[in-house]
Design a protein around this ligand. Structure first.
Ligand code: DGL
Length: 276
């Protein structure tokens, strides 16, 4: 594998959630250039069938590879669940995803072995988290699908009575299970950790798939000799939707982190040849 150490890191999500990963990556690796691609025109992925998510995710990942990235970060649990089995074989660059690092952390930090997973419908259907924790002795997994959480985040809403009512409803089975550790199994959810933690209680440890993925990104680049030193990397944000809207909601959610948003047309993505 001949990968340029100075090339950017490609980070992909269906929309805004992966920005939580991108920010964690930039915090840990400020010298890296990043290209972030949010497939906002086709978000949310969560309610879609896995095969469709897989097709969309591969077109986006192929596009990032076509831009010459040195590593791919799949900053989306739903997409990770859909392409986990073969993304590593498909690309010559290292691929980091969100599910395994978060599952590993949760099984380590849980004292009782009762782990909750909050995720999209597609991630729950894929059973990616159950599979990732299946080998851990004495771990019991309870999954709660939180369909409207992504819509709230995509609309820039991270608090208020409507969100609180949804959280109360979605988190009820997790509370009933007595989980002491809960995985935020969708990269949109760290933006809702205030409301989630409020409803679960602060004795419950939240594991952010975003933070764990950023740690895994560091480890992957370091082990491949691909870390780039330098003070301040360049950041590009691409969206398949409206760049203006992306910049506005991105700024609402993450302040000045989101700069220079460019259009990456859905059409041009569809022209990328995808061999399934
Ligand atoms: N952020 C994504 C995830 O981690 C997906 C949200 C969606 O598009 O439904 O699963």
């Amino acid at each position: 594998m001949n990968v340029d150490q100075n090339a950017p890191v490609g980070i992909f999500d269906s929309g805004f959630g992966g920005l939580t990963v991108a920010r964690a990556v930039v915090d840990q690796l400020p010298g890296e250039d990043i290209i972030y691609l949010g497939d906002t025109a086709r978000a949310p992925y969560g309610p879609r069938p896995i095969a469709e998510v897989r097709h969309y995710a591969l077109t986006c990942l192929d596009a990032l590879v076509g831009m010459g990235v040195k590593a791919l970060v799949i900053a989306c649990n739903t997409a990770s669940a859909a392409v986990l089995a073969d993304a590593r074989e498909r690309y010559d660059v290292p691929v980091i995803e969100v599910v395994l690092p978060a599952a590993r952390r949760a099984t380590r930090v849980s004292r009782t072995g009762r782990v909750g997973v909050l995720c999209t419908q597609a991630t729950a259907t894929s059973k990616a988290y159950d599979d990732a924790m299946a080998a851990a002795v004495g771990v019991e997994v309870t999954t709660a699908v939180c369909p409207r959480f992504v819509d709230f985040v995509e609309a820039g809403i991270t608090g208020g009575p409507e969100l609180s009512a949804a959280a109360e409803e979605y988190l009820a089975p997790i509370k009933a299970s007595g989980a002491d550790t809960v995985i935020l199994g969708c990269t949109h959810y760290p933006l809702l950790s205030g409301v989630i933690s409020y409803h679960l209680g602060d004795e419950v440890t939240l594991v952010s798939s975003a933070d764990e993925c950023a740690n895994a990104t560091y480890a992957m680049l370091a082990s491949h000799g691909l870390l780039r030193a330098g003070a301040h990397g360049n950041r590009r944000f691409l969206t398949t939707g409206s760049p203006e809207k992306f910049a506005m909601i991105g700024a609402r959610l993450l302040g000045e982190f989101v700069t220079s948003v460019e259009a990456c047309g859905k059409m041009s993505l569809e022209q990328v040849k995808v061999e399934m």
